[in-house]
Design a protein around this ligand. Structure first.
Ligand code: GUN
Ligand code: ZN
Length: 419
């Protein structure tokens, strides 16, 4: 049966504008597609639909987290180091444990459940170099009914021996996972996942590019996160003009490539990314937690680079996209012309969908799209219930700065309530 939801509705129109319907109506078909959004009362037209009066609640699109690491969630919030020692001390030992299903399955189950609790309805996720752990991650994402693009990490050089792969095996395993999962239920997709230049040979990077093209799958990797990492990349790839050029030469920059961090890019690097139509996953809380530096978001937006937001758990300490939006706003204040609430909301929703080429199906509340949305209780973040703000920017700002998983009452994907 179709459904009608009455609520305060917030949805991005574009990078700069948020639409606000109050009271607004969201009409969802039996198949889980949005039929109508707006202020005109649709109850006459959709007589047989079930009506939900949520006049005191907010409805907004589900969030899209374009960068995180499933196996790292267990140690989120722990880490007293910058990137390279942190990988060695916390990340690689934890990822090694994913050889065992006894670790991999409950961790995957907890991870996707936690993403949904935090209002994330679409995620782009790294697992480990293990075939079985990645297969399990897909199985658990399927059970959770989340939209997910998932990839087995690929590393064939300078990695801990327990995690390092042979080049051909890394490609074969990835291919098998692509055949099994890419496009499954129209909800699960595959991302080839070279971890970063420092743990991949040029041969592996080139072969990944060929495979991505052949199978039309996503590519996700890290780029220009930490200054020590940059120095090592320069040494390891002396022919490349820049870190970005390492990926460009290999053919890894495509419209379906998502590059995490991108803090220390030169202008020519930015141009390479933009021309290829690749996008950047901005991870401000991780950038602060691991002391990696600050990504100049405004500069990148002015250069028309495609930006979305990633929690980068466990470089980031939280799966909350409220937290990530807040961090993006706060860290942008070190620059002239800081970001605005509308801009970070866009990055967490429709901008994320664009980065993942999913903007025709999700990321905003528009007729024809899948009904992926959140019901949010503003009383959970309003400081004084006697004083309500009516201006959409103010409501959005208060939701971003004071929102958390506890304000999320329900999560819907394709019109089905998941919790
Ligand atoms: N660079 C290579 N691997 C990682 C990782 O797991 N996390 C972060 N933040 N950066 C990386
Ligand atoms: Zn990362």
């Amino acid at each position: 049966m179709g459904q009608i939801f009455k609520a305060q509705i917030l949805t991005p129109k574009n990078q700069k504008t948020v639409l606000f319907y109050d009271p607004g109506y969201l009409v969802v078909s039996d198949e889980g597609k949005i039929e109508f959004v707006g202020t005109k009362n649709p109850r006459q037209k959709y007589k047989n639909y079930r009506f939900h009066d949520h006049s005191d609640l907010i409805i907004c699109p589900g969030f899209i987290d374009t960068h995180n690491h499933l196996p790292q969630y267990a140690f989120a919030g722990i880490g007293d180091f910058s990137l390279l020692p942190w990988l060695k001390k916390y990340t690689f030992p934890r990822e090694t444990q994913f050889k065992s299903e006894k670790t991999a399955r409950p961790a995957a189950n907890n991870f996707f459940t936690s993403l949904l609790k935090n209002g994330t309805t679409t995620t782009l996720t790294y697992v480990t170099t293990h075939f079985s752990a990645t297969n399990i991650a897909f199985e658990e994402a399927k059970k959770a009914k989340i939209r997910a693009i998932i990839g087995k990490v690929m590393m064939d050089s300078f990695s801990p021996s327990a995690l390092q792969e042979k080049t051909e095996k890394s490609l074969q395993d990835s291919l098998e996972l692509i055949e099994k999962w890419h496009g499954h239920d129209r909800r699960l997709f595959y991302a080839l996942t070279p971890r970063f230049a420092l743990t991949c040979s040029s041969k592996l990077l080139e072969k990944i590019a060929t495979l991505a093209k052949e199978k039309d799958v996503y590519i996700q990797t890290h780029l220009s996160e930490n200054l020590e990492e940059l120095k090592l990349v320069k040494k390891r790839f002396p022919k490349a003009k820049s870190y970005t050029d390492v990926y460009y030469r290999a053919g890894l920059l495509t419209p379906k490539t998502i590059l995490a961090h991108c803090i220390h890019l030169s202008n020519p690097e930015l141009t390479l990314i933009k021309k290829a139509g690749a996008s950047i996953s901005h991870c401000p809380s991780s950038n602060r937690f691991l002391m990696s530096g600050q990504m100049p978001a405004r500069k990148y937006l002015t250069a028309s680079t495609q930006l979305s937001l990633g929690t980068d758990v466990a470089g980031g300490y939280s799966l909350s996209m409220f937290n990530e939006m807040r961090e993006a706003l706060e860290t942008s204040k070190s620059y002239i012309n800081p970001l605005k609430p509308e801009e970070v909301f866009y990055m967490a929703t429709l901008g994320g969908a664009k980065a993942l080429s999913m903007h025709k199906i999700t990321g905003s509340l528009e007729p024809g799209k899948e009904a992926d949305f959140l019901i949010i209780d503003p009383l959970k973040f309003t400081p004084d219930p006697n004083t309500k703000y009516q201006n959409p920017t103010q409501i959005l700002s208060q939701m971003i700065y004071r929102g958390s998983e506890f304000a999320i009452k329900n999560v819907f994907i394709a019109g089905k309530k998941l919790n």
